[in-house]
Design a protein around this ligand. Sequence first.
Ligand code: NAD
Length: 512
Amino acid sequence: DQFGIQASLKRLGIKPENLGASTGVNWIDSGESSFSSFSPADGRLIGKTQATNQEVYEQVISQAQIAFERWRQVPAPQRGEIVREIGNALREKKADLGKLVSYEMGKSYQEGLGEVQEMIDICDFAVGLSRQLYGLTMHSERPGHRMYEQWHALGIVGIISAFNFPVAVWSWNAALAWVCGDVCVWKPSEKAPLSGIACQQIAGEIFEKHGMPEGICSLVNGDYKVGELMSNDARIPLVSATGSTRMGKLVAESVGRRLGRSLLELGGNNAIIITENADMDMAIRGALFGAVGTAGQRCTSTRRLIIHENVYEEVKKRLSSAYGKLVIGNPLDEKNHVGPVIDKDAVNMYLAAIEKVEEEGGKVVVEGGVLSGEGYESGCYVKPAIYEAENHFEIVQHETFAPILYLIKYKTLAEAIRLQNAVPQGLSSAIMTTNMREAEAFLAVSGSDCGIANVNIGTSGAEIGGAFGGEKETGGGRESGSDAWKAYMRRQTNTINYSSTLPLAQGIKFDI
Ligand code: NAD
């Protein structure tokens, strides 16, 4: 145990066998057989957890409904104070939780720590927000009348999260939902259930310490079947789901059928436009981290480089040389740049994509392949690959959740923007240029059609202060900063008549 994983697991309260559902500090035995979490880093079993069945699910939802009655009455700044303490508890557990995330998901330890830092940051943001849940006031058209709007808590927020950000996505939703007065039921990815258990334990203890009822923060582990219980459940007014577009379409359908609300954070197919006016060192650095960081498993990973013909060969050469220096190996070892993909299914998807791009006429620039031998026993380590491709290739139109980068050549900026937008997804985008006209054209209404558009930084990663999310098949949801909190509340418009007559709006006369 060279990286001290067992000690971290112990401090986080993770056991070899864990119950899979909780309403706070209480854990519920479903009697179901448990499922295993293996590390893609070394292939070892980390621990097991139970799946949630219908009966336990009902128990969790009933408790959440009871808790909501109480929690919504707690003044928002006091709710913020509790979230502040959750942030502090995360500060204390940052190293252990970051390590578990890295070990269970396969991202580098630095990125694991970064993910926990994001959770801390969103808690801080939510604390401030707890005193700023502002509504507007309007001037009434009627004399002696006053109009305003207020924001009320919604109820139970269901959170379904993906494997690649096994903990941060929960906190983006939960921290905001809690200060808004909602209670949360979280179904983590079945590929990273132990990271979820660790977070539940951290938050559950803080609510208990404050004498709050069970049910404000709940966890239901399991696969898509538990997710389906949530999306079909009319007691959950908002389902926030992060994952593939395939999943998002199914969730949107189920939630839509009952006219509930869904907040969808789905796949991306992110491009960087590198113009002939780019600062080339910055462009290469941005493209490299964007394409190979987290082994290409970020929703914001760079999948396409759209490069001006005059700098195309230079970019190709410099990137190939940088790829040649990448060290692939255990993500907990800080000398490595690239860790594993999540599991063997992901390896097979990566291989299938390589086969497909070759079949469609793509030309290899940096060859891929699966690594074997010492240090690669899990079978989940793949070589980041680069292909010259055309934007219209079927495989280029598709998000392959692995480190494969496509190079595409352009002549005019208008063509580059058209290519950048010509995919079904609309999450993150970037332009590398020192030319103000190019940058502004990219940001204009006729520029990038994505939820995120950057200048001189890559597509990958985002700060919590901005609203995060994307258009088209990315699902349209916005989470985290700015006014994303509004999705977690219901708006009420109030008109108050303090006069002694009852005039109707629009001057309508109705006298008897
Ligand atoms: P996935 O779609 O396989 O699973 C995501 C979650 O949805 C899991 O918890 C899963 O159990 C659940 N689920 C699957 N089918 C469901 C159904 N029919 N009903 C209800 N729940 C269901 O995704 P993944 O492989 O875990 O994650 C990778 C994907 O997530 C990529 O497409 C990536 O781009 C996307 N992602 C998007 C964002 C974003 O903010 N836009 C962030 C992270 C990941």
